[in-house]
Write a protein that binds this ligand. Structure first.
Ligand SMILES: Cc1ncc(COP(=O)(O)O)c(C=O)c1O
Length: 381
């Protein structure tokens, strides 16, 4: 194949430039304006549940501000999912607090609710205080077990900040990811389901919370004619230009999600009878993943190969893939962090690959990718 099949690629609707042009024509080239307001309204309509949305400069900023609003301070502990991208946990560290990592369960690859409760009890016994927040993640767009996680959180009175950065459009029990916790974070980075080039949003419960997030996102400026600051704020608001891209992207969001699910269905059929390659699928009727990235586990014993050999071989054939996220408790930067693990995320990391699924991936590409993966599995021949 002469083209390269990328894992992640921004994919435009064509309308983005109209909104950007409008912003330039009206001189709204600032981090506020009509595109920002309209993009937030589009997202609110899409997400439902009467939630409000604040558009920000990044998903990482959304998690950071969510933690600020939850009152996370130096000396606090925040429970994070170990199996994730570093941005789920780094904002905890920005605030001088400490992430405590919890392993995943097998069904969703997300935070294990049983381990979560054990971790809370153990932290309370050892530190004499409750963790300040819980950050579950809907990794690769697969909804976490939110009923169980929220039940544990409610039992101990600990707020949940959902990291839905990869899960725009994913649903659990018919409800959109990002709307279960007190706050939900979204990302519109260039590699996500939709992009604003770089950007994110915080889903909040009401207008009061929205105002508070906007206050902290614009340097915590007090309502005086001069610049008065009584608290430390941040420069985290989304630009009106980026929001213009977001408005254009919202017109194709449903199409993007449908395409990711279509590609997943093709992989599912193709890998169904391949012993040793397991495609990650919805674990039951309550789950409706957006399949932002499709993922496979490669059993070395059954296939006679491993994920790294497959990755290198596919790269040579013009197919970009990537190992699954390296768990946070294995990251050198978090080597000293407390972790409640039982081997799940470590096994996933040792066997898994992300494979292309976006709108640029055709049915013929899927057939080619599957063929090349099978060709790597010596024991299948
Ligand atoms: C799970 C997860 N959390 C948080 C983020 C942070 O989002 P951003 O890159 O927009 O800061 C990302 C993506 O980059 C992510 O994949």
């Amino acid at each position: 194949m002469d083209k390269r099949i990328y894992l992640c690629l921004a994919h435009m609707s064509g309308k983005e430039q109209e909104y950007i042009k409008e912003a330039f024509d009206t001189n709204w080239v600032v981090p506020l304006g009509p595109n920002v307001n309209a993009f937030e309204e589009d997202l609110e309509r899409f997400i439902g549940q009467d939630k409000q949305v604040v558009a920000l400069s990044a998903g990482t900023a959304a998690i950071h501000l969510g933690l600020v609003l939850l009152g996370v301070k130096p000396g606090d502990e925040v429970i994070c999912q170990s199996f994730t991208f570093c941005a789920s946990a780094n904002p905890v560290t920005y605030l001088g607090a400490t992430p405590v990592f919890v392993d995943s369960e097998e069904d969703t690859w997300n935070m294990d609710p049983v381990l979560l409760e054990q971790a809370i009890n153990d932290r309370m016994a050892k530190t004499g205080k409750k963790p300040k927040a819980i950050i579950p993640v809907h990794l690769y767009g697969m909804p976490a077990k939110m009923d169980e996680i929220c039940a544990v959180a409610d039992k101990y009175g600990i707020p949940v900040l959902e990291d839905a950065a990869e899960a725009l459009g994913s649903e659990y029990k018919g409800r959109k990811c990002g709307t279960f916790g007190h706050f939900g974070a979204l990302s519109f980075n260039g590699n996500k389901m939709i992009t604003t080039s770089g950007g994110g949003a915080l889903i909040v419960p009401d207008e009061t919370a929205k105002k508070e997030v906007m206050f902290y996102a614009t340097q915590a400026r007090e309502p005086f004619p001069y610049y008065q600051h009584e608290r430390i704020g941040y420069n985290y608001r989304m630009s009106n230009i980026c929001a213009g891209i977001g408005r254009g992207q919202m017109t194709v969001l449903d199409e993007h999600i449908a395409h990711h699910r279509h590609v997943h269905a093709l992989y599912k059929e193709a890998f169904e009878d391949v012993d040793g390659i397991t495609l990650k699928c919805n674990p039951g009727a309550d789950w409706n993943a957006n399949y932002w990235l499709c993922t496979i586990l490669i059993d070395p014993v059954k296939t006679g190969t491993d994920y790294e050999a497959v990755r290198v071989a596919l790269d040579g054939k013009g197919i970009e893939t990537r190992p699954l996220w390296k768990p946070m408790h294995l990251q050198p930067v978090y080597a000293k962090a407390t972790a409640y693990v039982k081997g799940v995320s470590e096994r996933l990391f040792s066997q898994g690959l992300c494979i292309p699924a976006g709108p640029w991936v055709t049915d013929a590409d899927v057939a080619y990718i599957v063929e090349q993966i099978k060709a790597c599995c010596k024991k299948l021949h």
